[in-house]
Design a protein around this ligand. Structure first.
Ligand code: FEO
Length: 174
């Protein structure tokens, strides 16, 4: 086995965390959809799908590394929101938590001299920078917009706060 038992169990935990993020974003997307905020809903459905992909990256890595996959119980997501700002703030909080979790995994890999896992985790380190920035910007726009939520819809539609820019914040070709 390429990974230690301790690392195996930490990676299994992260599988649960990423699936948890996916469920939370599905829940947020459904809330936006119910409010008639189609662009935000689409964005969060896509985020949910990306979080599932993150979970699957961990699943495949655990298997490839000869570990034992054990998916933990995933807590039910928050389902009711008082405002768009609350839902977006929760998303930013999630990304901050996930960033801490990824940092802890990197710390463990360093402590164990496990360069293979450290290298695998590098992708997630870069991804977290992108996701934190995206959520932080979105929250700023929501706060600026106040009651004018169509402004937020316009922002999401126009900037396509998806992964088209590869996380650089630059338009394609720049
Ligand atoms: Fe998988 Fe948004 O962190």
């Amino acid at each position: 086995m390429i990974i230690s038992k301790k690392m195996n169990s930490a990676l299994n935990e992260q599988v649960g965390n990423e699936f948890g993020a996916s469920l939370q974003y599905v829940s947020i997307a459904a809330y936006f959809s119910g409010e008639g905020l189609t662009e935000l809903a689409n964005h969060f459905y896509q985020q949910a799908s990306e979080e599932r992909d993150h979970a699957m990256r961990f699943v495949k890595y655990v298997v490839d590394a000869g570990g034992k996959l054990e998916i933990p119980a995933v807590k039910a997501p928050k389902g009711a929101f008082k405002s768009v700002a609350e839902a977006v703030k929760l998303s930013l909080d999630w990304e901050q938590t996930v960033t801490r979790q990824i940092n802890d995994l990197v710390d463990l890999s360093t402590k164990e001299g496990d360069h293979i896992t450290a290298n695998f985790l590098n992708w997630f380190v870069n991804e977290q920078l992108e996701e934190l920035t995206t959520m932080d910007n979105l929250l700023k726009v929501v706060k600026l917009a106040g009651d004018n939520l169509l402004y937020v819809e316009e922002y999401v539609a126009r900037h396509g706060i998806t992964k088209n820019d590869g996380g650089t914040g630059q338009a394609a070709g720049e």
